[in-house]
Design a binder for this molecule. Structure first.
Ligand code: NFS
Length: 628
């Protein structure tokens, strides 16, 4: 049995894992320890795309054998990788499409419970893709916008709308390679087709379509999800929020929302403030109703509205062990099936709400955008009932970490330049004068195959020490928030240059941008840095790098590939599905950069990762002639 201290550095999760052991409750950490990762799959050396196999090749002698159809190790790996990209991109684009569906219904007056909250953002997004806004009504602009953004998904020919936001030189490279996305549906369909037995059997050509599909995620589905959510629910501005399990309150009805699309969570925010429900909670003996988020929709609600956040992906089972959760309400993505049995142990209702994501053994209460509160009110009623009948032993880790979250691209612009000359110019200036060495995006999941939060925290520590400004999203942002890095006071941990900038502006050395689809905010920030000037002509010229040190999902692979295709050096940790020293490996880790894109990197060691990223940033500084 593993020592709990080796499983996670999160104190609250440690405390709950100890309670789980005392109470005989199993979590994904236990299952990971008992299930050795399949070594052949881990190397992506097997193929099960047809019934002549499944075939497995030998990672130690990758060219010694081919599959029954003759597929080489490179074809097999490129196809497996492509399917991860397709699935990850599908997840983000389907989420974005749901936001467009909601937006369309709101604009057409069929949904009254939501409205356009941020008209400035509506205008700005519309203008960014060439929609006329002058002397036009909100409804006219919004109608044009949803019609235009639908092309992100359905368009058969031509470039997706947000291609207009891509720096010209970057776009030129994509055009030359033929990888500017059409619509996501088409790209994903084509990628699935091409990875079928007997179709595309050249690893380079497959990878080209992987890039195109991933770009349909980053500059398409994910970006639309972010922009529409901002328009409907408000663009985040910095806000102080408590993170960690101590945000649960023993004397209140605790409702957790965990998932990815913000619409259900927004409705839950209304339900928990509904006077009749608040009264019902009081009648049941509670002081009130306490709404808390987890994972990515949690990160969005935290950034937009200051809703407290209880923890990241590897804490979702552990938090149920507190016994204090009166309902866990989920929608889509990153919801472990194992939650069902843990919730059962504590008599916590686990409620699925989305038509695309049922879980056997959970209670399903369907959420409908047209009458959103019907579902969320019912969840709150279930939670109140559970509060009244609490039997589980309750133990809430007394840990809360306050930090500043909600640094949208728009706010970063404003923060640096001030209201009269909002601009990235001061950021570029500070990079050029060397106070800031470069910018790194550190994002992604936590994974039971590595000590939870540890690689995120150690990597970010090293980067800021070297004067690299860190932008964060998703579960990684929560890892660092729990360690207190998302505060202006954390500037003392930064190198002298970055520290000076943070102190002048009053900002943390680590900026939290929100959920995983909000990685699109990083793409926009990078484009702005290129546009403002002084740092080259394309995203690939920027002294920047990305990392997902504890990734686990296919979405993470799609994100990695769209950052790489956008020109960013992207380093993953924990594991990478590839056989080293193969042609496919050389393509991802070197060849793509030769073609004018970015490239992949891998290291399981966060200190090594930091060195690789800083070396890359220094290489770019040198190429720009701004090294000292
Ligand atoms: Ni991103 Fe969000 Fe977290 Fe990983 Fe899952 S919650 S979309 S995939 S685990 S960062």
């Amino acid at each position: 049995e593993l020592n709990i201290k080796d499983i996670t550095i999160c104190d609250a999760t440690q405390q709950m894992l100890a309670k789980a052991r005392r109470e005989g409750v199993e979590t994904a950490f236990d299952r990971a320890a008992n299930m050795k990762a399949c070594p052949i799959g881990a190397d992506s050396a097997c193929c099960k795309h047809c019934a002549m196999g499944p075939c497995r090749l030998n990672a130690k002698d990758p060219y010694g054998k081919v599959g029954v159809c003759g597929a080489t190790i490179d074809t097999i790996q490129a196809r497996n990788f492509a399917r991860m990209v397709a699935s990850g991109a599908a997840a983000h684009t389907d989420h974005g499409m749901a936001m467009v569906d909601l937006f369309r219904e709101v604009v057409n007056g069929h949904i009254k419970e939501y409205r356009i909250k941020d008209v400035n953002k509506l205008v700005q997004v519309a203008e960014s893709i060439g929609i006329e806004t002058e002397d036009r009504s909100v409804k006219e602009i919004a109608t044009d916008l949803y019609k235009e953004l639908e092309r992100t998904y359905t368009q058969v020919e031509g470039e997706i709308p947000f291609a207009k936001r891509v720096p010209e030189k970057t776009l030129e490279v994509w055009r030359k390679m033929g990888i500017v996305p059409r619509g996501a549906m088409r790209e994903i369909m084509e990628l699935m087709h091409r990875t079928h037995i007997g179709v595309d059997q050249h690893y380079e050509n497959i990878t080209k379509q992987s890039s195109r599909t991933a770009l349909a995620d980053g500059w398409g589905g994910s970006m639309v999800a972010t922009e529409i959510s901002d328009i409907l629910f408000g663009t985040p501005t910095p806000i102080a929020v408590d993170v960690n399990m101590g945000v649960l309150k023993e004397d209140q009805v605790n409702v957790i929302v965990h998932g990815h699309e913000p619409n259900m969570f927004e409705s839950m925010l209304v339900s928990v403030n509904e006077p009749s429900l608040v009264q019902a909670a009081k009648d049941a003996g509670a002081q009130g109703i306490n709404l808390v988020g987890m994972c990515c929709s949690g990160a969005e609600m935290m950034s937009r509205h200051g809703v407290p956040h209880a923890g990241n992906f590897m804490s979702t089972e552990a938090i149920l062990v507190t016994g204090a959760v009166d309902a866990m309400c989920v929608d889509i993505q990153c919801i472990k099936q194992g939650l069902v049995s843990v919730a059962d142990c504590y008599k916590t209702p686990l409620i699925t709400t989305n038509t695309r994501a049922h879980i056997e053994g959970a209670t399903h209460i369907e959420f409908d955008d047209h009458e959103p509160q019907k579902c969320t009110d019912e969840v709150v009623i279930k939670a109140i009932q559970r509060f009244k009948n609490r039997t589980a032993a309750i133990e809430i880790p007394d840990i809360r970490n306050t930090g500043i979250h909600g640094f949208s691209h728009e706010y970063i612009n404003y923060m640096l330049g001030g209201s009269f000359r909002a601009s990235y110019a001061p950021l570029n200036d500070n990079i050029i004068n060397g106070r800031i060495r470069g910018v790194a995006g550190v994002v992604g999941c936590t994974n039971p195959r590595i000590k939870q939060d540890w690689a995120h925290v150690e990597l970010v520590k090293e980067l800021i020490k070297k004067d690299v400004l860190v932008l964060q999203t998703g579960c990684s942002q929560i890892s660092l928030a729990k360690e207190g890095f998302l505060t202006p006071e954390a500037a003392y941990l930064a190198g002298p240059g970055l520290k000076e900038v943070c102190e002048t502006v009053g900002m943390p050395p680590v900026l939290g941008l929100g959920s995983c689809v909000d990685n699109s905010r990083i793409l926009i920030a990078a484009s702005e840095m290129v546009r403002v000037g002084g740092l080259g002509n394309s995203i690939a010229d920027l002294p920047a790098a990305g990392a997902a040190p504890e990734w686990m999902s296919e979405k993470a692979i799609s994100i990695g590939q769209y950052f790489v295709a956008s020109g960013v050096y992207t380093v993953f940790g924990t594991t990478f599905p590839i056989v080293e020293e193969t042609k496919f490996h050389k393509l991802l880790f070197d060849g793509l950069e030769q073609q004018g894109l970015g490239k992949w990197g891998f290291s399981a060691d966060p200190y090594e990762m930091a060195r690789m990223m800083v070396d890359h940033i220094d290489k770019k500084r040198k190429a720009l002639g701004i090294d000292k």
